[in-house]
Design a protein around this ligand. Structure first.
Ligand SMILES: Cc1cc2nc3c(=O)[nH]c(=O)nc-3n(C[C@H](O)[C@H](O)[C@H](O)COP(=O)(O)OP(=O)(O)OC[C@H]3O[C@@H](n4cnc5c(N)ncnc54)[C@H](O)[C@@H]3O)c2cc1C
Length: 300
């Protein structure tokens, strides 16, 4: 139960992941000793959820709506946004400014908040804080591929009532999870088709990154036959790839992040880090990190 759920969400190996970093609620329940199920039930009773609330929520129009809204809100405040410009390095000037070298020029600033994945941040900080860069390089990543399959409703044997299912590693399938998009999201249900989103690839399986689109489609369609008995071909497919999409919060991750932050603060307190490599993979955790880092920089 825990391995497919926690391992699946993180595209990682639960034997290596930090319980404290990836599921603090489970960590708190496990620390108390005794039955994990009873401890989790108690946690749930202490902060009950409204049973009428939807289990899943999403942005109508897709996650890019959030990026567009942020872009517009920042521009409305007079913020200049440079796109198509890669940050190459951060250096400190004799006057104490941070000089960020971009592929399109150099920006001089009082403070910098780096929100790139850790491996890129390591590259940017290599000369300003070599010790921070070395530690950032210790964070590893998993790559996943997400395939969207659209089937005619008649191609699905029986009725798909669940929102999805997870596959344990021991099953040795290419598929790691499948969600029934047309059940999960009302706006995806046209009454005629079933939309399945199927993922492949995790920390111990590079096939999500290495297989061609055709190989992924064939392999996952075979797994859909094994798991759901679907033999008809899909009427439409889409392959989305997320190379190095999931930072692996391995045992000791939070201590590593603490040490990275201390080292960067010692060498260059005007630079902070935020994002999914550090203190939470999901979007809410990233927003929280961004807010907290921005507040620190404004107050400093
Ligand atoms: C398949 C998948 C499904 C997910 N589903 C969910 C979900 O349902 N709910 C949820 O909350 N989260 C989900 N997540 C996690 C979510 O995508 C992340 O929390 C979020 O994208 C992390 O934001 P970020 O800003 O830290 O990093 P990113 O979104 O990776 O952004 C980093 C940015 O830095 C830029 N960059 C990198 N290097 C440089 C450089 N040198 N110079 C300039 N720019 C650079 C990149 O181009 C990129 O735009 C999912 C992730 C994946 C991969």
């Amino acid at each position: 139960m825990v391995a497919p759920l926690i391992g699946g969400i993180n595209a990682g190996n639960v034997d290596r992941l930090s319980l404290q970093a990836v599921t603090p609620q489970l960590f708190a329940a496990a620390r108390g000793g005794g039955s994990l199920t009873l401890a989790l039930r108690k946690q749930q009773q202490q902060s009950p959820t409204d049973p009428t609330d939807p289990v899943f929520t999403a942005l109508l129009g897709g996650t890019s709506v959030l990026v567009d809204a942020l872009h517009d809100a920042l521009e409305a405040r007079g913020v200049q946004i440079l796109t198509g410009s890669e940050a190459v390095s951060c250096l400190q000037s004799d006057q104490g400014k941070i000089l960020t070298e971009l592929s399109t020029g150099t920006i001089s600033s009082d403070e910098v908040l780096i929100c790139t994945p850790a491996a890129k941040a390591a590259h940017l900080l290599r000369s300003i804080s070599p010790n921070t860069a070395r530690q950032l390089e210790q964070i590893s990543y998993s790559s996943v591929a997400l395939l969207t399959f659209v089937f005619n409703k008649e191609s699905i044997p029986g009725e798909l009532l669940a929102s999805g299912f997870l596959i344990p590693r021991t099953a040795q399938l290419l598929m790691t999870a499948a969600s029934v998009g047309s059940t999960k999201w009302a706006h995806w249900d046209d009454g005629k088709h079933v939309v399945l989103r199927v993922s492949a690839g995790h920390s111990g399986d590079l096939r999500g990154a290495e297989l061609t689109d055709e190989e992924l489609i064939l392999g996952l369609q075979a797994d859909l036959q094994t798991t759901l008995g679907i033999t008809d071909p899909a009427v439409a497919t889409r392959v989305s790839r997320w190379p190095d999409g999931f930072a692996q919060y391995e045992v000791g991750h939070l201590q590593l992040i603490e040490s990275i932050e201390q080292s960067l603060n010692k060498d260059c307190p005007q630079i902070l880090l935020a994002g999914s490599s550090y203190r939470g993979l999901g979007i809410p955790a990233c927003i929280e990190q961004g807010r907290s880092a921005a507040a620190k920089l404004v107050d400093s």
